[in-house]
Design a protein around this ligand. Structure first.
Ligand code: PMP
Length: 324
C-alpha cells in the first residue's frame, strides 16, 4: 500500500520542484483527453549493503519511449536521459527504503485540443511503498468487462486512459465482494489483471498468455520467465482459457507494484488447495532476492542509486544533485 508520507521533491521537466507545486493545467490535453503515458517502477533498499537498487529501470524507460512512439508523441529524452533524471530525484530526496516511482509523459498545454500531440512534459515521483496489496493472497473474479484490445486501446501502450478499463473491473470486483479481477479478451481468452500480469502453474509447467494476447509487455513477467528455468520450471507462453483458471494448481499476479501475489480463489472456486502454493512461494522468494540485490546481479538489472549512481548513469546524475 502507498505510504502517506510525501517526498520533499518531485521532478518536472528535469527541475526539482516542491511536492505541492507539481501541477498540471485542467485544460491541458493530458487532463481533458487523457493524453498521458507512464511507467511504474520500483527500487529496493538493501540494508546490509546500505544501498538502494532500482530494478530494470532502463527497460521501463525503453517501454516509455515505445508508448510515446505508438501515441505519436515526441519523447523529450532517450532512456538513459530518463534514467539519469530519476536517479537524481531519488538522491535529492535521500530515500533509503523501498520505493515506487511514477514517471509520466503527457501533453502539457492550456486549452489543449484533442489533436494536440505536443509539447510533452515529464513528471517524476518517488514515493515510499511497501507491499502493494494489503493482504497476502487474493480472491478474484473473472470480470464481465472485456479487456481493451490492440485494435482500439492497445494494452501494449502504458497509457493512463487504458486504466479506465481496469477501474471498471476493480469497481465491479469490489462491489461483488472480491479483491480483484481477471479480464478476458474479445475472443474470450485470459489476458491479465487490472494492473498485473498473470501466471498459472498447471501440470508442472508455468504458463502465461503471450504478449500478443492483449496484455502489457510486463517487465516483471519477463523477469519471472527468465528466473523460472533456474528453479527447474518450464515456461510456456500460450493462450489460456477461462476454464483453466478453475483447474490450475497455482495462480498468481505479478507486476512492479504487485511483485508476486498469489491468487487463492477464482469465482469462489479455490485455486489448488486454496492456500499460498509452494511453487509460487519459491518464485516469489527468488524474485525478491533478485530485486533486493541479495544474489549476484549477472544480468545488469540493478541500478545502485547512491554509491554507484555515478558509475551507473554517468556524471550527469552526480553533478545534477542540488547543493544542500
Ligand atoms: N499489466 C498491466 C495492465 C499493468 O498496469 C502492469 C503494471 N505496470 C503490469 C501488467 C505489470 O507490468 P510490469 O511488470 O512492467 O510492472
Amino acid at each position: 500500500m502507498t505510504d502517506t508520507r510525501h517526498p520533499t521533491y518531485l521532478l518536472m521537466n528535469g527541475e526539482l520542484v516542491a511536492y505541492a507545486d507539481a501541477r498540471v493545467h485542467v485544460l491541458s490535453t493530458a487532463f481533458k483527453y487523457g493524453a498521458c503515458v507512464f511507467e511504474g517502477l520500483r527500487a529496493y533498499w538493501n540494508e546490509e549493503r546500505g544501498e538502494l537498487y532500482g530494478f530494470r529501470l532502463r527497460e521501463h524507460f525503453q517501454r516509455l519511449v515505445e508508448s510515446l512512439r505508438i501515441c505519436r508523441m515526441p519523447s523529450p529524452l532517450d532512456p538513459d536521459g530518463y534514467l539519469a533524471d530519476l536517479v537524481r530525484l531519488m538522491r535529492a530526496n535521500e530515500l533509503r527504503e523501498d520505493i515506487h516511482m511514477r514517471v509520466s509523459a503527457y501533453v502539457d498545454n492550456d486549452d489543449g485540443g484533442l489533436g494536440a500531440f505536443e509539447p510533452v512534459s515529464i513528471s517524476m515521483a518517488a514515493l515510499p511503498m511497501q507491499r502493494y496489496f494489503g493482504k497476502d493472497g487474493l480472491h478474484v473474479q473473472v470480470s464481465s468487462w472485456t479487456r481493451i484490445s490492440d485494435s482500439s486501446m492497445p494494452p501494449r501502450i502504458k497509457a493512463a486512459p487504458n486504466y479506465h478499463n481496469s477501474r471498471l473491473a476493480i469497481g465491479q470486483a469490489r462491489a461483488d465482494g472480491y479483491d480483484s479481477a481477471i479480464l478476458l479478451s474479445d475472443a474470450g481468452k485470459v489476458t491479465e489483471g487490472p494492473g498485473y500480469a498473470l501466471f498459472m502453474l498447471r501440470g508442472g509447467k508455468l504458463i502465461t498468455p503471450p504478449v500478443t494476447s492483449g496484455i502489457l509487455e510486463s517487465i516483471t513477467r519477463d523477469t519471472l520467465i527468465t528466473l523460472a528455468p533456474e528453479l527447474g520450471l518450464e515456461v510456456v507462453e500460450r493462450e489460456m482459457d477461462r476454464t483453466e483458471l478453475y483447474v490450475a494448481d497455482e495462480l498468481f499476479f505479478c507486476g512492479s507494484a504487485a511483485e508476486v501475489t498469489p491468487i487463492l480463489s477464482v469465482d469462489r472456486m479455490p485455486v489448488g488447495t486454496g492456500a499460498f502454493g509452494a511453487r509460487t512461494q519459491e518464485i516469489r522468494a527468488a524474485f525478491l532476492q533478485t530485486v533486493r540485490g541479495e544474489v549476484e546481479d549477472t544480468r545488469g538489472w540493478l541500478t545502485p542509486i547512491f554509491a554507484g549512481a555515478a558509475a551507473a548513469v554517468g556524471a550527469v546524475a552526480q553533478e545534477a544533485v542540488p547543493a544542500t
